[in-house]
Ligand binder design. Structure first.
Ligand code: FES
Length: 141
């Protein structure tokens, strides 16, 4: 099995058995967006600790394997990290997390939807505009 097969398996496993899927109540952050190309949706909810860490991170949504697996993996990656960590999160980090760099432009949008939602939520919570630090030109539709 090649390493890209292993990552493909991993994406399918997260799609079929999503970690951190479901509502998180109570939550401090709630953000939602969709991919206009297909209508698929991701919503991310976060509990923030007193010292500004993402204590619990959950997601809800519907869509393709890559968008849902990416959201699920991202909740695991973000959990326990300070809110500021989100500012440095990049497209490259997401592709590394998914274990692939050979996604076409349509699939890239699927992969980055959850990052966009996470940044939108955290920036709204911190009182800043998402465009200020997301490099969002990469993920605009
Ligand atoms: Fe809709 Fe992937 S096809 S997000």
């Amino acid at each position: 099995m090649s390493s890209s097969d292993i990552y493909r398996e991993l994406i399918l496993d997260y799609y079929r058995n999503p970690r951190n899927f479901g509502r998180l109540d109570p939550h401090d952050i709630d953000a939602k967006d969709s991919n206009p190309l297909c209508g698929d949706e991701i919503e991310i909810q976060i509990q923030v600790s007193k010292d500004g860490k993402m204590e619990e991170v959950h997601f809800l949504g519907k869509g393709c394997a890559i968008s849902q697996a990416s959201a699920s993996m991202l909740t695991e990656l973000a959990k326990g990290k300070p809110l500021e960590w989100t500012k440095d999160l990049s497209k490259e980090d997401i592709l590394k997390m998914l274990g692939t760099s050979d996604l076409g432009p349509a699939r890239i949008k699927c992969a980055l939807l959850s990052m966009k939602v996470l940044k939108t939520g955290v920036y709204a919570y911190l009182g800043a505009k998402p465009e200020e630090a997301t490099g969002s030109q990469d993920i605009d539709h």
